[in-house]
Structures are given as structure tokens and as C-alpha cells.
Design a protein around this ligand. Structure first.
Ligand code: TTP
Length: 632
């Protein structure tokens, strides 16, 4: 719990990570920081020879990345962030700076230079505090760098090429990722491991401590924070602001994170702390500004307790199309929105305030407007709209979860209680009601579209010429695949009533002709020929007997050397994480979520080998396996 107080200083601030790096996002999310992701457009083209030392190049690049985002956000939306964080990671060997390889040959060149040697990894970080004065952006820049030494073993040519063909080197400085397959190349690491992965978390926290808790008169001996101050130190400091552990900061709006999801990780997680008494007693200021002690509130539990209210507020605002209206016409006052959507003014105002409190809306004197994340994810025509899934959650999942107690007691799905119908009859509804069908397809489309890029790029699929997405629904993944792999043709195979309704979801533009739709039932009909089969969000839904039928068919039609790509949430080996997957299981479908080793075992049982698993950090992970040659 030592690190949290300093990160807590950022809780009530609008923090932006100016980086597209999924590793940086993960490192900061893992420690409970809430932030938005706005990748920088700054091109990494600074003249390297103009810097006296390589780290200066990394620091300057990090600074420029962050400043570009701060300026763009300020100019574009006049909604200046409070803090923008930028970073740049480089690898240096023999005075040369290595960034990300441009192609496989370049990766080979870099890895050969690192082979058998020690090299340095530098990450430059810039923390920019922003404010707006007379509409001008004002910035205060704090920067630093961290160095880690890494040594590669002596590696064979064959191993280097095998590694390059895995596709992993391409988006990483120096052409390797120490956190994944690249870890196998490394003999030792001296220094901060996370620095190599792209973000020196420890040094970052020390910097924040320097910034937010400058040495006071009473503790002048602490000139510099060589270590992160203990909880006690923080609690005794009074810097005029409410302390990070103060409840008022707990009440700060939960910002949407990069994926548009509210972070469920509590910033303060002292439930697990062993130094209970002192750590749980924190100063709270009463209305007279006098500090008093009170038991620290268990923020994670409170967040969970209120979770249902927050979900329902989101669902109702989506159902009423409030986000759509605000996108078109915002900022709007409550009375205007109530008029637009035909609701009471007082009820609408409460809902809008709740949405603002949850970080879904901004409230200013002009009225309410959407945040960027809301425009992207919650409007029905947003680039990565989850609107369909939100409506499905309200109309279908909410009634099921209302009956969770009976579901747990009986161990069965609660359609009869939630909808007064058995599962088979509900399915018939799905066939007969155009509205229900489209709602369901929109929900599936939302998730498929949002995850498509990460699934499509989880592995290098460029060697395949034809793919068949079984149960591919609206073709969202298929369209992403053909964008990324222009030599690929994809057949989307799904039930006739699904295929008949796909036209609404089709994108326009290049490569669309490479996607074709074929109707059929993957349990009964012949499967189209392909050298890559895809099962995305299919396996977790069906009981073992059905999976047996399906995987036997896929295995039979798949030629040796051809592959099967499975997109699912992959559970950890304890089968408790990610919570999203285990919560989905509570719907009590006949299928189940699986861990990595369970997927491996399942796929090997049906004649697949070389099972590789990629945790994408998105809502779906990816598993790729190859059909093996029949045994002689
Ligand atoms: C050496 C090494 C680098 N990396 C990654 C970290 C960085 O994401 C990347 C270096 O490229 P960067 O240019 O630092 O970052 P980026 O392009 O990924 O993201 P952005 O510019 O938007 O901030 O290499 C690893 O993931 N593992 C490693 O072992």
C-alpha cells in the first residue's frame, strides 16, 4: 500500500496517457490509475545525432509526444487535461539507438546486434501538468529517464528467425518483448524490469512524490525522494490540499479508461494490508476544515455495492438515446434533453448528474456534453459503438441477473423467471422478431468490432490465403482481417437468418469484396474450405457434446498445416481472472469459460498442435493452433 497515496494525488485529475502502447496502459491500469488514452501523433523523427546521450533523445521524444497530445486536446475540444503522460523506450547498443523494426529484416539486424551482448534499455518519461489561462495552454514539464541493462544469451540464427516469425518483435524497441517470448532470449536484467516493458513505474512514483509532496519545513532532511515515502509520511504531510486518502477524493468521478470501461480496481486497496490499524486510519477534514480520524472506507466494496445503480444509469441513458442527442446537439441543458427525449425534467436532471458523476458526461454552465469516450463508445454511431451491447445488457442480461440468487440455488439459466419463457421458446422469439434479432446482432457486432483489430493482429496470419469465420455474424472480424491481410479472402459462415440481416452492418471501402457471406449451420452443414478457420466467441457458449460435434467437424475439414484461430476470454489458471469472464459465467449458459491450459488440452484432443495463446488486453484473447499431420 506504499505506492497508492502518491497515485491517489491523480484521482481527481483528468489524466491522459499519450501512448498507444498496450504495455504502458496495462502497467498503469494494474496499479489502479484511472486515465484516458490519447495516442500521440508526434512522429519519432528527432535527429539522434543532435543529442549528447541516447537517453536525452528518449526524454525529448517522450516530451514531444505528451506536448502534442496536450496541445491537440486543448485546441480541439477546449477541454484541457490536467496531466498528460508521455514515454519513449529505446534500446542502445554500441552507442547506437534502436527503435521499433520496420520489417522482419530490420528486426533480424537489430536482434543480431544484441545477440550475446549486454545492452541498455532507456525509457524517457514526461509528466506534463496543464492549465488553461485566457484560452492559452500553459504547461509545466517534468521529465526523467530510467536505464535497465539487459543481456541476451548466444542465440542461433534459427532461433532468431523463429522469434521474428512469431511477429512479436515488430512493435517493440530493439525488436524484442521481454515480457513474452522475448523473455527466453534474456540471460539477465539489471534494473527495473517494467522499464524494459515501456514504463518505469517505480521512478514515476518517486517523481510524483517529489512533485506532490515537496520537502516541507518540517522534513527538510528529505531533500529528494530516493525511496517512495511511507504511508505515515504522507499522512503527516500537510500541503494544503485534501490528502490523497481523503474520502473526498474517493468520491471523484470514475473516468473511463482506454477501453471505455470503468476501472474496477480500487485505488485504495488496503483491505489486504497487514498494517491494518494505522493504514486504515486516515485524516478526514470536516466542514470546518478540521482533520479528524475515521475508518478508511473500503472503496472497492462501496464501488461494487453501487455498481448496479451505475450500470442501470448507463443503460437508461443509452436507451433514451441521451448520448446520441448530446453528440448531435450538445451542450444541452436538462430541460432541453427532457424535451427531446420526452422525459420529466427532474428525473432527467438526476440521470444526467449521475452520468456526469460517473465520468460519462461533462457538466458546464452551458449544460451537459459527452466526453470523448462517450462519443466513441456509447453513441449508436460511435466509431467503436458498444450501444448494441449496452441495450442487450439492459433488455436481456439485467433480467437474468435479477434472478441470480435462484440461478445459483438451481444452477440453471433463469429464462423462465426473467422472461416467463423457456430457453427454446426464447430462441424462437429470436427467429421471429426482427427487433430482437437486430438487437442481438448489434450487441455481437459491438464486441466483434471493438476487439477485431487485437484479435486479427494477435498472430501473424499473413501466410493464410483463405479464412472461414464460423458464426462470424455481421463480419466485423472478417472486414478487419482483410484490411490487415490484403491477400486474405474471408468467408463468414452463419445461420441463414443471421446472414439475411447483415447488410446494415457492412462497411464501405477497400477490400470489402474479399468478404463473402455463406449461410449454414456449423453443427449440421458442410463447412466451406479454408486454410484458416475462426471460432470467435463460440466455444464458451456451448456444452461439451456440441463442442465435440463442432471441433470434430473443423478438425476433419482442416488440412494439415492449416490453422484454427479461437477468440475467447482466456481465464488465468486459477480461473478467477479476468473478472469479466467469471461474471459472464453467472448467466449459467450450458457452456463454460476456459483457462489457457484447458483450451490447449481441448484443441489438442481434436488433432491441433502448437497451441499459442495471446492475452490481448482487450475484451477477447486469441488462441492459434495448427492442424497436425495424421500420425503414420
Ligand atoms: C525492449 C522492449 C520494448 N517494448 C515496447 C515498449 C514500447 O511500447 C515499445 C517502444 O516504442 P515506443 O515508441 O516507446 O512506444 P509505442 O510506439 O509502443 O507507443 P507510443 O509511441 O504511442 O507511446 O517497445 C516491450 O514491450 N518490451 C520490451 O522488452
Amino acid at each position: 500500500m506504499v505506492l497508492n497515496p502518491v497515485l491517489g494525488k491523480l484521482v481527481s485529475k483528468r489524466v491522459v496517457l499519450a501512448s498507444a502502447s498496450p504495455r504502458r496502459q496495462e502497467i498503469l491500469t494494474n496499479v489502479g490509475l484511472r486515465f484516458e488514452v490519447v495516442p500521440s501523433w508526434f512522429k519519432e523523427t528527432l535527429e539522434k545525432s543532435s543529442f549528447a546521450a541516447p537517453y536525452e533523445y528518449a526524454v525529448e521524444t517522450a516530451k514531444q509526444k505528451a506536448l502534442e497530445v496536450a496541445n491537440r486536446m486543448h485546441v480541439k475540444h477546449l477541454r484541457t487535461p490536467d496531466v498528460v503522460i508521455g514515454a519513449d523506450t529505446i534500446v542502445t547498443v554500441d552507442e547506437q539507438i534502436l527503435e521499433k523494426p520496420v520489417d522482419k529484416q530490420d528486426a533480424y539486424r537489430m536482434l543480431s546486434r544484441l545477440n550475446g551482448k549486454e545492452h541498455s534499455v532507456f525509457t524517457g518519461v514526461a509528466i506534463i501538468h496543464c492549465s488553461s489561462k485566457d484560452n492559452q495552454l500553459e504547461t509545466e514539464v517534468t521529465d526523467f529517464y530510467e536505464e535497465t541493462k539487459v543481456k541476451f544469451s548466444d542465440l542461433s540464427e534459427e532461433l532468431l528467425w523463429e522469434y521474428i516469425h512469431s511477429g512479436e518483435p515488430m512493435d517493440k524497441a530493439g525488436g524484442y518483448g521481454i515480457q513474452a517470448l522475448g523473455g527466453m532470449l534474456v540471460e539477465y536484467v539489471h534494473g527495473d524490469f517494467l522499464n524494459v516493458v515501456g514504463f518505469p513505474l517505480n521512478h514515476f512514483c518517486k517523481k510524483l512524490a517529489e512533485l506532490y509532496y515537496p520537502p516541507s519545513k518540517h522534513n527538510v532532511q528529505h531533500k529528494k525522494y530516493d525511496s517512495i515515502p511511507s504511508v505515515d509520511t504522507f499522512e503527516n504531510l500537510s500541503d494544503g490540499e485534501s490528502e490523497s486518502s481523503n474520502f473526498t477524493e474517493h468520491k471523484g468521478a470514475s473516468k473511463l479508461d482506454s477501453s471505455g470501461m470503468c476501472s474496477s480496481e480500487a485505488i485504495y486497496n488496503s483491505e489486504n494490508s497487514s498494517s491494518v490499524t494505522t493504514a486504515l486510519m486516515v485524516p478526514l477534514e470536516n466542514q470546518n476544515g478540521v482533520s479528524e480520524s475515521a475508518a478508511k472506507l473500503p472503496s472497492k466494496i462501496l464501488e461494487l455495492m453501487d455498481g448496479f445503480r451505475a450500470s442501470k444509469a448507463l443503460f437508461v441513458a443509452s436507451k433514451l438515446k441521451i448520448f446520441d442527442h448530446l453528440k448531435d446537439k450538445g451542450p444541452l441543458k436538462a430541460v432541453d434533453i427532457a424535451d427531446e427525449v420526452g422525459t420529466s425534467v427532474c428525473g432527467t436532471e438526476r440521470l444526467l448528474d449521475a452520468c456526469a458523476g460517473l465520468g460519462l458526461l461533462e457538466k458546464t454552465t452551458q449544460g451537459y456534453s459527452n466526453t470523448d469516450s462517450t462519443n466513441t463508445y456509447l453513441t449508436s454511431d460511435g466509431e467503436y459503438s458498444l450501444h448494441g451491447y449496452v441495450i442487450h445488457s439492459n433488455d436481456h442480461l439485467w433480467p437474468l441477473f435479477t434472478n441470480l440468487e435462484s440461478a445459483v440455488k438451481e444452477g440453471t439459466r433463469q429464462n423462465h423467471r426473467a422472461f416467463g419463457k423457456k430457453a427454446e421458446d426464447l430462441f424462437k422469439d429470436y427467429y421471429h422478431s426482427q427487433e430482437v434479432k437486430q438487437r442481438f446482432m448489434a450487441a455481437m457486432h459491438s464486441i466483434a468490432h471493438l476487439t477485431a483489430r487485437d484479435v486479427a493482429t494477435a498472430f501473424d496470419l499473413s501466410r493464410f490465403r483463405s479464412a472461414c469465420d464460423l458464426g462470424g455474424c455481421t463480419g466485423a472480424l472478417a472486414h478487419e482481417l482483410v484490411q490487415i491481410y490484403p491477400n486474405l479472402k474471408v468467408t463468414v459462415f452463419d445461420l441463414p437468418e443471421v446472414i439475411a440481416n447483415t447488410s446494415y452492418f457492412q462497411p464501405s471501402g477497400q477490400h470489402t469484396a474479399q468478404v463473402t457471406f455463406v449461410s449454414g449451420d456449423f453443427f449440421k452443414d458442410n463447412l466451406p474450405e479454408a486454410d484458416l478457420y475462426i471460432l470467435s466467441r463460440v466455444l464458451h457458449d456451448w456444452p461439451d457434446e456440441k463442442i465435440h460435434v463442432l471441433l470434430s467437424k473443423v478438425s476433419a475439414v482442416c488440412k494439415p498445416g492449416s490453422a484454427l484461430l479461437v477468440a475467447e476470454i482466456v481465464l488465468d489458471e486459477q480461473k478467477t481472472h479476468p473478472p469479466r469472464a467469471v461474471l459472464q459465467s453467472l448467466s449459467m449458459t450450458e457452456g463454460k469459460q476456459r483457462s489457457g491450459s484447458e483450451y490447449k488440452q481441448l484443441l489438442e484432443k481434436y488433432g491441433f498442435t502448437n497451441v499459442q495463446i495471446k492475452i490481448t488486453g482487450n475484451l477477447l484473447d486469441a488462441v492459434l493452433c495448427i492442424k497436425k499431420n495424421p500420425s503414420p
